[in-house]
Design a protein around this ligand. Structure first.
Ligand SMILES: Nc1ncnc2c1ncn2[C@@H]1O[C@H](COP(=O)(O)OP(=O)(O)OP(=O)(O)O)[C@@H](O)[C@H]1O
Length: 596
């Protein structure tokens, strides 16, 4: 239905039998809202489900290879469909062993892949995979049936493309090749060291379903991703750059891009994305929190769906300047308690995210404070300022959800990609042991590695937008607030979450142009501080006495003693005075909007 309550006209319409329930016919129609499946029971009842176009990630045409040994009258158990992709890249056709032996089956099959919301609004809300396989057999030859299936596929693909028109595909500004190509950077050491496995098992199937071609880069050392971003021809990755790792890897990508002479164009061109494989994963969680997606049941799935079905949304960065360096940050700047936890808990990294909780308890017992001068430019009229910065959200129209009580597994056939997930690819030796970059292009063809175009001889120099602040050696502007005191912690954040379970700035938006400065001065009791820590997982910490949250455009922190750590996006910087300013919306990330 459109905004006026009118039913969208069908683009294509056809009647099918359900393979497993022959007493039903389904009228399937494709409209710009999605796929409508109207079930007609033999008692004359009719029920329609809608698979929203926003939940569909791709579709594939297939042919029955006829090699199955399963009984003709019932589906194979456990989804053990042996899918072998034998089609040409041109037709993008796959052959599938469907569980029916039909001599000379000339049907063409179209599988449509969607991830639909289940248990909407409930605590256990999640996205479930749903595959609808349509069997076209009106004609007596495969070629004729396949033409009909291809027509449906083209129509669905163009609807998917239109859904993403708001920026997923960016027009190249010169002769750079723009494809459907994505770069995936995997840090095999992030978190508990499972990123490579996650990629093979969980990401590859989704990219395959969505027909996204990708290059894979496995980092071999610290700063590998940073060098890659600085020196490669990034314009061949029109689909964007995804990091599978933690926030530290994203930090490298952003700062590598800022070291390019064409940094501005690079940021306008690229869309960034993250799949959580680290121990913090603040960015991945913040994106799904802001877009209201059910992150917790399956963070990797939700983040992967951002990439294949997401919109390009602007995101703020922060320029951070110390006495010795300039870096660009997307997450937070910490000094005091939380920064100390971040750094000191490194020694129990093998525990994954619980390392933060465990170390917090240890540090609470010996609560410290540090003298410092904190100056900031406060945002007084938050509403006006954020309205100016915040990106326009997509409008949903009046969509109808798949009914909750109805089983979503309406399958007319089998999912030919099931069991395809664990397709192993041979890793390039050089990607692991050498400083050179190795890519494995993964398409229909066997893996191969190639060396990317490299911008030779580029100087390493931090570029990026100019600062509007006075140098650190000069006084702050006269209209800034200046506080000199003893602080337990000062933590600046510009995303809602600094890790999966810490919602430090609940009001923060990806592109609101605000740095949220959380300040706790000395004098807070251990009990109150414990309350603060316990509140961090729900956002209730802001209601705790002695906890201040100040929205600012820029700030300067001058520690008046050594002792604490200065941490930017989880990375330790040399202890120094620091100043930071918001750069609204200068990068873009994939964020999938849930409409409810
Ligand atoms: N192959 C590698 N070997 C060792 N270190 C690496 C490698 N690749 C990247 N790194 C470094 O590892 C650091 C941490 O990586 P990453 O952020 O991916 O994981 P994490 O620290 O577990 O997660 P988080 O940052 O969310 O806590 C980064 O600073 C990066 O420079």
């Amino acid at each position: 239905m459109d905004g006026n309550g009118l039913v969208a006209p069908p683009i294509l319409e056809e009647t099918f039998y359900a393979l497993s329930r022959k007493q039903y016919t389904y009228k399937v129609s494709l409209t710009n809202e999605g796929l409508h499946l109207t079930k007609n029971g033999d008692d004359g009842t009719e029920k329609t489900d809608l698979i929203h176009i926003r939940d569909i990630i791709g579709c594939k045409c297939m042919r029955n290879s006829g090699k199955s040994e399963h009984c003709a009258c019932r589906p194979a158990k456990g989804g053990t469909v042996d899918a072998t992709r034998e089609g040409t890249a041109e037709t993008n056709e796959c052959r599938v062993r469907v569980p029916f032996v039909e001599a000379g089956d000339c049907s063409a099959y179209l599988s449509v892949y969607a991830f639909v919301l289940k248990n909407v609004g409930a605590k256990n809300e999640k996205r479930d995979k749903m595959t609808v396989t349509l069997r076209f057999r009106n004609f007596s030859t495969y070629d004729e049936n396949s033409q009909v299936a291809a027509k449906w596929k083209t129509a669905i693909k163009s609807l998917l493309q239109a859904r993403c028109e708001d920026g997923t595909i960016v027009a190249p500004s010169d002769d750079h090749y723009l494809g459907n190509h994505l770069l995936v950077i995997v840090n095999p050491k992030s978190g508990v060291g499972k990123s490579r496995e996650i990629f093979q098992r969980k990401i590859v199937p989704i990219l395959n379903m969505a027909d996204v071609d990708y290059d894979l880069h496995i980092t071999c050392m610290q700063n590998d991703a940073r060098n890659l971003m600085r020196t490669s021809n990034i314009y061949k990755w029109g689909r964007g750059v995804v990091v599978l790792g933690g926030d530290g890897l994203m930090f490298e990508v952003i700062n590598g891009l800022m070291e390019r002479s064409d940094w501005q164009r690079a940021f306008e061109y690229l869309t960034l994305a993250v799949i959580p494989g680290g121990s913090g994963n603040g960015m991945a969680k913040s994106i799904s929190f802001e877009t209201n997606e059910p992150y917790n049941p399956d963070p990797i799935l939700i983040s992967a769906l951002n990439i294949v079905g997401g919109n390009r949304c602007p995101m703020d960065l922060v320029r951070v300047e110390t006495l010795t360096q300039v870096v660009y940050s997307f997450l937070s700047i910490g000094w005091g308690f939380i920064a100390d936890i971040d750094i000191e808990s490194e020694r129990i990294r093998m525990l994954g995210s619980p390392r933060f909780t465990i170390w917090s308890i240890a540090r609470l017992i010996g609560l410290r404070s540090y003298p410092a001068r904190l100056s900031y430019s406060k945002i007084n009229d938050l509403e006006t300022e954020t309205r100016m910065n915040n990106y326009a959200r997509c409008t949903s129209g009046d969509f109808q959800e798949v009914a909750d009580d109805e089983p979503v597994s309406i399958e007319f056939g089998m999912d030919p990609l099931e069991g395809f997930a664990a397709r192993e690819r041979v890793e390039s030796f050089s990607s692991i042991i050498s400083r050179r970059t190795a890519f494995m292009s993964v398409n229909e063809a066997p893996s191969f590695s190639s060396i990317p175009d490299v911008i030779e001889g580029s100087e390493v120099w931090v570029r990026g937008p100019l600062s509007k602040l006075p140098p650190l050696s000069d006084p702050v502007p006269s209209d800034w607030v200046v506080v000199e005191d003893e602080f337990v912690m000062i933590h600046a954040s510009y995303l809602s979450h600094i890790s999966e379970d810490v919602i430090i700035a609940p009001k923060s938006k990806l592109n609101d142009g605000v740095i949220w400065l959380l300040v706790i001065k000395n004098g807070i009791s251990r009990t109150t501080f414990l309350q603060f820590l316990l509140g961090l997982s729900s956002g209730n910490h802001l209601a705790v006495p002695n906890v201040e949250m100040i929205p600012v455009r820029a700030f300067r922190l001058e520690p008046l003693s050594q002792g604490s750590h200065l941490v930017v996006d989880g990375e330790l910087l040399k202890h120094s005075p620091v100043q930071a300013e918001i750069m609204p919306g200068i990068t873009n990330v994939y964020a999938r909007q849930k409409f409810s």
